[in-house]
Design a protein around this ligand. Structure first.
Ligand SMILES: Cc1cc2nc3c(=O)[nH]c(=O)nc-3n(C[C@H](O)[C@H](O)[C@H](O)COP(=O)(O)OP(=O)(O)OC[C@H]3O[C@@H](n4cnc5c(N)ncnc54)[C@H](O)[C@@H]3O)c2cc1C
Length: 407
């Protein structure tokens, strides 16, 4: 068989790349290899709608017939175990090999496991895959009290679902505020109030030290650094992720908090690209970054597909955006708040809504909204805009966009 593009990882980005290659007219072989069983699926609903409806089939990105029609070889339940860069060949867990002209690493990330005693006990779960979500959902039916270790997006989304299912929920966060890595203090405070209003016990500045087990060996409580304990029979560890870089590192490809890629998303080996959660890429104005978002995985994939199909060496660029559904609130973020030097709450945001603007000097760095979808859409086009433009529009981003267009 002639060699073409081999994609390692059949998640959001790997799937998108295979599909985009065919959309762009790439007519050489495409092989999509994923260690998870079944068809590629989307992860965001795992901590949201799936917890309520359990409808795993709705998460599938395309049916099997799509891959057959598109002439995409799909290998599921197989792991790529090694890359031979000199021979341009990968080894698979079933002992077979595949040759490539271009290799794309779309290996994603895995959950971090903090070094705490008791995390192996039954009743302690993580959430990354559909199989994890199915386990968690089944456990939710029998649970009485849930403890979530980690106040990031996934932990909070799950906490809201568990609370809506009528369970007692405690969120334990070691930092002083929720989602601190990704949002401004204004959003952290707004969401802490939201979860508390839902009846969740949100504990900030509170570090977990281990999991206690009962006489049957099942998890029954989380112990805390302040000497306290929180009882719970279902414990979700949602303490962040680590990029899957080992395959690249073992092949001698540069790695530094992700597989290091250049502006064209090529790794230190020009025949190997990387995308999505596993890729550390240069974003103009932000340095070398790694995003864990659907948008980054999809936009990286489209960019790489174009580069492979047309040979174009254009630089990748994006205005980052993200969403998180927690209870009835959808948080939407445009831009990057980290590095901003001022945060402004916009008081005239609609009833029940929320808007915070993050400024870097006199430029708009990020916008966080709840219940203001039109402002979010405008925000995506205003990141980097001068404060004067936005102030002149009374901090209404749609008006500011119109005013900017008229200039
Ligand atoms: C519960 C949950 C909720 C989320 N919610 C949101 C949200 O609301 N908004 C948002 O933007 N993002 C959200 N995300 C993040 C988003 O899903 C990821 O950023 C996105 O899936 C990244 O795509 P990817 O292709 O880089 O990695 P993934 O989709 O994780 O796919 C990587 C795949 O590679 C496979 N793999 C790894 N190593 C190998 C190997 N050696 N051989 C073969 N296969 C391999 C893995 O098994 C995996 O299937 C959420 C994630 C989770 C887990």
């Amino acid at each position: 068989m002639t060699a073409g593009v081999v994609i390692v990882g059949a998640g959001q980005g790997g799937f998108q790349l295979a599909a985009s290659l065919r959309q762009d007219g790439f007519d050489r072989p495409v092989t999509l290899i994923g260690e998870e069983p079944g068809l590629p699926y989307q992860r965001p609903p795992l901590s949201k709608a799936y917890m309520a409806d359990g409808a795993g089939e709705r998460l599938v990105l395309k049916p099997a017939a799509f891959f057959e029609r598109a002439g995409i070889e799909r290998l599921a339940g197989l792991r790529v175990t090694a890359i031979d860069r000199a021979a341009r060949r990968v080894a698979l867990s079933d002992g077979t090999q595949r040759d490539y002209v271009q290799l794309v690493l779309a290996t994603g990330a895995r959950n971090m496991r903090p070094p705490l005693p008791g995390l192996d006990a039954p009743g302690v779960l993580g959430l990354r895959t559909l199989a994890d979500a199915a386990r968690l959902r089944a456990a939710l039916v029998l649970a009485r009290a849930v403890v979530v270790i980690g106040g990031g997006f996934i932990g909070l989304e799950f906490a809201a679902m568990a609370r809506q299912a009528g369970l007692g929920v405690t969120v334990i966060e070691a930092g002083e505020r929720l989602m601190a890595r990704a949002v401004t203090p204004a959003s952290s405070d707004w969401f802490a109030a939201l979860h508390r209003a839902m009846g969740t016990d949100v504990r900030l500045g509170c570090a977990a030290t281990g999991v206690e087990t009962d006489a049957a060996g099942r998890a029954c409580a989380v112990t805390l650094a302040d000497g306290g304990r929180v009882a719970g029979d279902l414990i979700l560890v949602a303490a962040g992720v680590r990029p899957n870089v080992e395959l690249a590192a073992e092949a001698g490809v540069s790695v530094d908090n992700g597989i290091v890629v250049d502006g064209c998303l090529r790794s230190s080996d020009p025949a190997i690209f990387a995308l999505g959660d596993c890729a550390a890429f240069p974003l103009p104005g932000a340095g070398q970054v790694r995003f864990e978002s659907v948008q980054a995985a999809v936009e990286h994939a489209r960019h790489i597909a174009r580069a492979i199909t047309t040979g174009a060496e254009t630089a990748f660029a994006m205005v980052p955006w993200f969403w998180s559904d927690q209870g009835k609130a959808r948080l939407q973020i445009a831009g990057i708040a980290a590095g901003a030097d001022a945060v402004q709450r916009v008081p005239q945001a609609a009833e029940g809504g929320f808007m915070a603007l993050a400024w870097a000097g006199d430029r708009l760095a990020a916008v966080e909204t709840v219940g203001l979808a039109a402002q979010h859409v405008a925000a995506r086009r205003l990141i980097g805009a001068p404060r004067a433009l936005i102030a002149a529009a009374g901090f209404d981003l749609r008006q500011a966009l119109l005013a900017g267009a008229e200039r």
